[in-house]
Design a protein around this ligand. Structure first.
Ligand code: HEM
Ligand code: HEM
Ligand SMILES: [Fe+2]
Length: 477
């Protein structure tokens, strides 16, 4: 990675990757700001009332989340593709054009969310304002635009993968991205029956995050291990195939854990319970694999008489390790807690769900995508060994500590809801309000806000590090 990416093979692809990362990072900041607004509204319900209501702030928060991650995911593929295939990405000019289409569409959508906010319950709103589908609210015109951009991206990936060297990582990504793009279509049509609508909506939401995004992360982690600690490709790719099999094997039918209470047939209780309970297994495997490879490479270096760390990008590797652990903790452990129908009966839709949602999205995806951004900074600046800076350590500590703090606060608030609203009061209307009025619940909301502020400050420090670390003289060039 010593050569500057602007001169080497694949420089165009890598440049496009940095564009994708930049916009992703800006949206990440916007996500956190709208999260803060929504968190303040839990504590001070009148805050920005009728200017930016909770429903709008929340929608912006979680849609910005999904979109920034998709941008960063595309960026990471454009970054690694030349390294893996040995050639420049095919169709890169079209890729760059589609990038601007994507950015323009997202900017318009955000402005509509901010200033128009809601429309009448008719087709016009579905086409031009939003679809009323949590996480993927983009109005239909933008949905179609996103599909065009995604197809262009998949085409670039396929044409390049077929012409260049076909590594296991590229092959997995090719298969995975077809599923990724295809599943988006299941969230694009509208039915009057809310059960049918939810049935398909979960095909995007669950199958995306627990199947295609997880496989994607497996591929990126494999690439990271090879580039950062020089792990053996054959071993890494062998693990990758096992992970793919385990992730799809458990994740596809694991979708049943969202079919407990939406009006789908009862056999989903058993299917959902069994398969989703298996979902943590690949996450444990991925965690062990990353630590094992790291230990092995370092052990080999020590045996050869070297005292030095084998890691050539400290900040990125820190985020990759956090990914392996955070994925296991946030998705695996926090997910497993509420995945059996017997438990979910009490926890469904409480702050416990939100605790899991935060730690899982952060642990499984935010971490590794931030890591990829550090890899791009290393490559762009021609750095041989990238060290941690004060800012990179502060950023990772504040962001991770903040999200972990929010998760703990939400878990405590969630337990109040489970005990008071559900167990004691039997999920009644009055029970809902009694739960919300509980002291522990309210304090959990205060702490979530405090921890959210810490997370946001960590983001500011991370931005500072991203802008300055490339030129910092501490790195080996
Ligand atoms: C990286 C992977 C994962 C991510 C990003 C993730 C994220 C989320 C999010 C955001 C929700 C809330 C959905 C909503 O708004 O209704 C949710 C719900 C849920 N997740 Fe996950 N999850 C992941 C993996 C898992 C795993 C591995 C399990 C089980 C072992 C699991 C179990 C559940 C269950 C049972 C629910 C439903 C909660 C309820 O009924 O309120 N998740 N997940
Ligand atoms: C400044 C930090 C943050 C604050 C203050 C914050 C606050 C919030 C609030 C108030 C909600 C609405 C919860 C509800 O409907 O009851 C929410 C939802 C959500 N946030 Fe955040 N958030 C922050 C950062 C993050 C991060 C870093 C992620 C993931 C990477 C994330 C992912 C989510 C998800 C997935 C939901 C939907 C959860 C669900 O419906 O169960 N947030 N957040
Ligand atoms: Fe799920």
């Amino acid at each position: 990675m010593a050569s500057n990416h602007l001169t080497g093979i694949g420089s165009e692809s890598k440049q496009l990757a940095t564009w994708y990362f930049t916009f992703a990072f800006i949206l990440f900041g916007a996500q956190l700001l709208f999260g803060l607004v929504a968190a303040i509204q839990y504590v001070m319900p009148g805050f920005l009332f009728e200017i930016l209501d909770f429903s709008v702030a929340r929608m912006l928060h979680i849609n910005a989340l999904v979109v920034w991650m998709v941008f960063a995911m595309f960026g990471a593929v454009y970054w690694l593709l030349p390294d893996e295939t040995g050639i420049e990405t095919i169709g890169i000019k079209v890729g760059k054009l589609l990038y601007w289409v994507f950015v323009a569409a997202i900017v318009v959508v955000v402005l509509v969310y901010l200033f128009i906010q809601v429309g009448p319950a008719d087709e016009m709103s579905i086409w031009f304002i939003h679809e009323g589908r949590e996480y993927i609210e983009a109005p239909r015109w933008a949905d179609i635009g996103i599909v065009v951009v995604a197809l262009g991206f998949v085409a670039n990936l396929f044409l390049t993968g077929m012409k260049g060297k076909q590594t296991g990582i590229v092959t997995v990504l090719m298969a995975d991205m077809i599923a990724f793009a295809g599943l988006y279509l299941t969230g694009m049509f509208f039915t009057d029956n809310i059960s049918v609508d939810q049935f398909w909506w979960w095909w995007v939401i669950h199958l995306w995050v627990e199947a295609t995004w997880e496989v994607y992360v497996g591929a990126i982690a494999a690439y990271g291990l090879i580039t950062m600690i020089n792990a053996n490709r054959q071993v890494v790719e062998m693990w990758l195939w096992i992970e793919v099999a385990m992730l799809f094997g458990s994740g596809i039918l694991g979708m049943g854990h969202h079919y407990f209470w939406i009006g789908t047939p009862e056999y989903w209780w058993e299917i959902g319970a069994l398969f989703s309970a298996l979902e943590p297994l690949p996450l444990v495997a991925m965690f062990i694999h990353v630590l094992y490879d790291w230990g092995k490479q370092q052990g080999k270096a020590v045996a050869n008489g070297s005292e030095e760390s084998v890691i050539n990008n400290k900040p990125a590797f820190t985020w990759f390790i956090l990914n392996a652990f955070g994925n296991f903790l946030g998705a695996g452990i926090w997910g497993f807690f509420h995945t059996l129908p017997q438990v979910n009966l009490y926890t469904h839709g409480t702050q416990f769900t939100s605790a899991h949602g935060h730690l899982a999205f952060f642990g499984a995806y935010a971490t590794i995508l931030i890591g990829m951004m550090y890899i791009a900074i290393q490559g762009t600046n021609g750095i041989k060994v990238m060290k941690n800076t004060k800012a990179s350590i502060w950023a990772v500590s504040m962001i991770t500590g903040g999200v972990m703090g929010m998760t703990i606060a939400l878990t405590i608030s969630g337990y109040v809801q489970v005990l008071v609203s559900r167990a004691q009061m039997g999920a009644t209307w009055a029970g809902y309000f009694d739960g919300q009025a509980g002291m522990w619940f309210a304090q959990g909301m205060d702490w979530r806000l405090i921890m959210g502020v810490i997370t946001f400050l960590g983001f500011v420090v991370l931005a500072k590090d991203f802008l300055t670390t490339g030129k910092n003289p501490v790195h080996e060039r």
